[in-house]
Design a protein around this ligand. Structure first.
Ligand code: G1P
Ligand code: ZN
Length: 543
C-alpha cells in the first residue's frame, strides 16, 4: 500500500455562496473531477492530516464508488479516522448529528438533495464543518479558489474498504470506522420525542403513510416508525434507497409526491401522510383530507413544540427565511420569544442556532429543523408532528383549524417560472428594483403598499450584512409579495414568486389558497410586469 501523487489541472469548481457542489453525474465521474474537488476541500481546510471526518451519502448512483475514492484520499492526506455509514449511507441530518456527536473536524456528504439521481442525472459533494452545518462562505470560497489552481492530488493505492458491516479497519495509517447509519440518529430522536405516547397512539389505531421516495430516509423511517414506534409493516413505502430513486424525483411536494397526496385526499386516507427528499432533510406533511403548507407547519410546530420532551423548556426563538409566511412570527409574538427573518438558505440559521437565539427554524421550501443538528431534518419534523398529535389527542385538521382560529390564517403560495432566459429575468428584477422607492403609499388591486425594498440581512450574531436577497413588497393588510431568482436552478433562470395574504376572520379560512390570493397575484404581475418581461403569466410549478 502506498500514496500515489497524480498531476492534475484546475477544474470548474464550486462557486462561492453555495454549500455543496452539484453537477451531472458523468461530470463527477470523468477525468478525476471528484478527486480534484475532494483534494481542493482538504487543501482548503489546511489538510486532512490528523483529522477525523464523517462520510456518507444518500445512496444515489456513484455514491459507493465516490466514498471509496474519498476514503483513499483521506488516508493519503494522513487523516486519523473516517467514520462512515454502513454501505456509505448517511442522511444529511444523520451526518450532521454524527459530526457533532463524535466531535469530528468535518464531514463529506454525497448528495444532490432532491435532484434526480442516476448515471445521467445529478450528483453532489458537500463539506460540513465541525458544528455539523454546511461550510460557511469563507470555507466554500477557499475550496473554490483551490479548484482554480490545483496541480496534483494524493490517493492511496490500497484496496477497496469493505463498508458492508460495522467495525474498524485501517487504510494506510487511517482508521475506517463503519457505523450503523441509523442507530445514533434514532437514539437522538428517542431523546427528543415521547416515543411511549406515540406508540400508545399507534396501538389505539392511529395510522400513517411515509413515502421515502426510494431515497435515503427508507431505512431511517422503517427503523423508527415501524420498528421503534410499532407502526404496521408497509407504513413506509418506497423504502429501499435505489441508485436512481426508482426513477422518482425525490422532492416532497404535492407535485412530486402526487401518489401520497392522492391517498391522503381519498376515502381510505390514514391519519397522517409524510414524505422526505433524496438526502432526508426536507419534509412534506399532509393530514387526512388536508395539506399542511410548510409555512403553516413551521408555525404549528413552534406553537406546540413544548409538548415534546426535548423542547419542554420552551423555545428560545423561531427563525424563518424571508419568503416563508409570517405565520411563525405570530406564534413567536404570542410566546414572547425572538422571531428572526433570514435570507433563503439553511446556512443563515447556523449562527442563530449556535448562539442559542433560535431553537426552531424553517423555510417555505419544505425545510424544518431545530438546534438538535445543523441541517434541516425531514424525519424530525414528522416525529414532532406525531408527538404533538399524540399529546393533543387531535387530528391534523383539528390542530390546523384551531391554529388558524387563534392566530388567523396566512394564505400562502409559491409560483415558480422555470427555464427563463437569464437576461430577461435579470432585466425584470432590475426594473422592479428601480421602481421600489416610488411604491410605498400607492394602491394596487385594492391593496395599499406600506413598504417595498430589496431585502438585506444584518446577522445579529456576527454583524455581517447580506444584500440583494429578494424584493419584498409589504401591504397595509399584512399581505406580502416576494420575488427572487433561484440560486439552485440548473437551466436558465427560475423566478420564484411568493404570495401571502393574512385572513383573521375564521369564517373565511376555507378558501382555496389561489382564490384567496387572487388580488395579491394580480398585483405581483402588474408590479413586476412579468408577462411583458418573460412573455408568460402562468407558472410551471405551484406549491
Ligand atoms: C431552494 C429553496 C431554498 C432552499 C434551497 C436548498 O433554493 O428555495 O429555500 O434552502 O433550495 O434546499 P433556491 O433555488 O430558491 O435558491
Ligand atoms: Zn435535501
Amino acid at each position: 500500500m502506498a500514496v500515489v501523487t497524480h498531476p492534475t489541472q484546475p477544474i470548474e469548481g464550486q462557486k462561492p455562496g453555495t454549500s455543496g457542489l452539484r453537477k451531472k453525474t458523468p461530470v463527477f465521474m470523468h477525468r478525476h473531477y471528484l478527486q480534484n474537488f475532494v483534494q481542493s476541500i482538504f487543501d482548503a481546510i489546511g489538510g486532512a492530516s490528523g483529522k477525523t471526518f464523517v462520510l456518507g451519502g444518500d445512496g444515489r448512483y456513484f455514491n459507493d464508488k465516490a466514498a471509496q475514492v474519498i476514503l483513499k484520499m483521506a488516508a493519503a492526506g494522513g487523516a486519523a479516522r473516517v467514520i462512515v455509514g454502513q454501505g456509505a449511507i448517511l442522511s444529511t441530518p444523520a451526518a450532521s448529528h454524527l459530526i457533532r456527536k463524535r466531535k469530528a473536524d468535518g464531514g463529506i456528504i454525497l448528495s444532490a438533495s432532491h435532484n434526480p439521481g442516476g448515471p445521467n442525472a445529478d450528483f453532489g459533494v458537500k463539506y460540513n464543518i465541525a458544528n455539523g452545518g454546511p461550510a460557511p462562505e469563507g470555507v466554500t470560497e477557499a475550496i473554490f479558489a483551490r479548484t482554480q489552481e490545483i496541480a496534483e492530488y494524493h490517493i492511496s493505492d490500497g484496496p477497496h474498504v469493505d463498508l458492508s458491516t460495522p467495525g474498524e479497519t485501517t487504510l494506510e495509517k487511517m482508521v475506517v470506522e463503519v457505523v450503523d447509519p441509523v442507530a445514533d440518529y434514532a437514539t437522538l430522536m428517542e431523546e427528543l420525542f415521547d416515543f411511549g405516547a406515540i406508540r400508545a397512539m399507534v396501538q389505539g389505531g392511529f395510522r400513517m403513510r411515509f413515502d421515502a421516495m426510494n431515497a435515503v430516509t427508507g431505512p431511517y423511517a422503517s427503523e423508527i416508525l415501524e420498528g421503534r414506534l410499532g407502526m404496521a409493516k408497509g407504513t413506509v413505502v418506497h423504502g429501499v434507497p435505489e441508485p436512481d430513486f426508482g426513477g422518482m424525483h425525490p422532492d416532497p411536494n404535492p407535485t412530486w409526491a402526487s401518489a401520497l397526496m392522492e391517498e391522503m385526499m381519498g376515502e381510505a386516507a390514514p391519519d397522517l401522510g409524510a414524505a422526505s427528499d433524496g438526502d432526508g432533510d426536507r419534509n412534506m406533511i399532509v393530514g387526512r383530507g388536508i395539506y399542511v403548507s410548510p409555512s403553516d407547519s413551521l408555525a404549528v410546530l413552534a406553537a406546540n413544540a413544548h409538548l415534546a420532551p426535548g423542547y419542554k423548556a420552551g423555545l428560545k426563538g423561531v427563525a424563518r427565511s424571508m419568503p416563508t409566511s409570517t405565520a411563525a412570527d405570530r406564534v413567536a409574538k404570542e410566546l414572547g420569544i425572538g422571531a428572526y427573518e433570514t435570507p433563503t438558505g439553511w446556512k443563515f440559521f447556523g449562527n442563530l442556532l449556535d448562539a442559542g437565539r433560535a431553537t426552531i427554524c424553517g423555510e417555505e421550501s419544505f425545510g424544518t429543523g431545530s438546534d438538535h443538528v445543523r441541517e434541516k431534518d425531514g424525519l424530525w419534523a414528522v416525529l414532532l408532528w406525531l408527538n404533538i398529535l399524540a399529546a393533543r389527542g387531535e387530528g391534523v385538521e383539528a390542530i390546523l383549524r384551531a391554529h388558524w382560529a387563534k392566530y388567523g390564517r396566512n394564505y400562502y403560495s409559491r409560483h415558480d417560472f422555470e427555464a427563463l432566459p437569464v437576461d430577461d429575468a435579470n432585466k425584470m428584477m432590475s426594473e422592479l428594483k428601480a421602481d421600489l422607492p416610488t411604491l410605498p403609499g400607492t394602491e394596487i388591486e385594492g391593496l395599499l403598499i406600506r413598504a417595498a425594498e430589496d431585502f438585506a440581512y444584518n446577522d445579529p450574531v456576527d454583524g455581517s450584512v447580506s444584500r440583494g436577497q429578494g424584493v419584498r413588497i409589504l401591504f397595509e393588510d399584512g399581505s406580502r409579495i416576494v420575488l427572487r431568482l433561484s440560486g439552485t436552478g440548473t437551466e436558465g433562470a427560475t423566478l420564484r414568486l411568493y404570495l401571502e395574504r393574512y385572513e383573521p376572520d375564521s369564517t373565511r379560512h376555507d378558501l382555496d389558497p389561489q382564490e384567496a390570493l387572487a388580488p395579491v397575484i394580480r398585483a405581483a404581475h402588474e408590479l413586476a410586469a412579468i408577462r411583458h418581461h418573460i412573455g408568460r403569466d402562468q407558472p410551471n410549478v405551484i406549491t
